[in-house]
Design a protein around this ligand. Sequence first.
Ligand code: AMP
Length: 394
Amino acid sequence: MSEAILVLNAGSSSLKFAVYGGASGALVPVLRGKVAGIGTAAVFSARDGVGAAVPEADLLQIAPEIGHDALIPLLLAWIAGNGVRITSAGHRVVHGGRAHAGPAKVSADLLEELEALVPLAPLHQPHNLDAIRSVAAFAPELPQVACFDTSFHRTQDRLAQLFALPREMSEAGILRYGFHGLSYDYIAGRLPEALGARAEGRVIVAHLGNGASMCAMRGRQSVATSMGFTALDGLMMGQRCGALDPGVVLYLMQQKGMSAEAVGHVLYEKSGLAGVSGMTNDMTVLQASDSAEAREAIALFCYRAAGELAQLVAAIDGLDAIVFTAGIGENSAEVRAMICDRLGWLGVTLDMQANAANATRISAAGSAVAVLVIPTDEEAVIAAATHRLGTDLG
Ligand code: AMP
């Protein structure tokens, strides 16, 4: 039986997993998969180490209405049935608060500390912590590691983390924490091979997926980011509104009589690409549509992204490179072109052929700013951190 690290990314209705083996010293994925539709119509899919789909007959058989608690023991047993012995588990945990500038080994004290952060990330943190508890209930001796989406941003100066709110509120923890840190950590690790010495310069990474944010880096460390206290701030996203005049929230509650819960539902679930298009949060569907609303949603997404990027340039005193990543950033030549089209004044020029081909370097030869496409891999960051914090791989 080979030994491996399990990586879990638990969301409200999905559980993504990856299994990393290390027979040759370097960590490599041997299995990756996902259960989508948890709680309603769960569907399991998995791929092996070379990316081939695991045949239907060999997949984990689960009831469509299975919940998270029942799923994790089944998944662990299924992995063992595939000849893999899990020696430790690493988890994506959205919020690590102010204290955690890196991953942390799970203990009862840590869980209590992370539980206290649930109000700061109510949509994600409870599921992340439940997954840790489910694994612990099934395998109490298994070492577990929490890897935080906020950690990467703890290098930021105080000014980048402050809201212009009364001091006592900032002191009570109402700060700009930033998210998508595991993705930024991965990209920061790829920069030297992609950019050479320029990797240490002024780089803005645009993580454009269903959730979207940007991070301005210097010396491959976070200097500023577009997401703030919650994962609602900054860019327009799939279903989230991004930065919004807080007066709109007051208006909806005070003048329109909406409850906090109803406003939250609009801002987190009904806005962004889905809200503006009135159709869907799926960029591929919007791109294939010629409706005026779909075109407007894409145009607003790009307008807002270019504006946010320009604002971040001021935090790092200029710009050497832009990196596009995540579902939209990695795959949508149209979105990249529409964003970069607004950034010509910064010295950004695309090579349209390279852009259409999703090449690694998509800037034109004479472009003052290098523009890259680098696929992100948050699971690899979690696997490496879990390995570092004390796993022996056989
Ligand atoms: P993520 O959250 O990183 O999985 O990204 C999801 C988003 O990426 C969705 O809006 C998808 O529609 C979008 N996406 C995935 N593939 C493509 C593609 N080929 N072209 C445009 N958008 C894509």
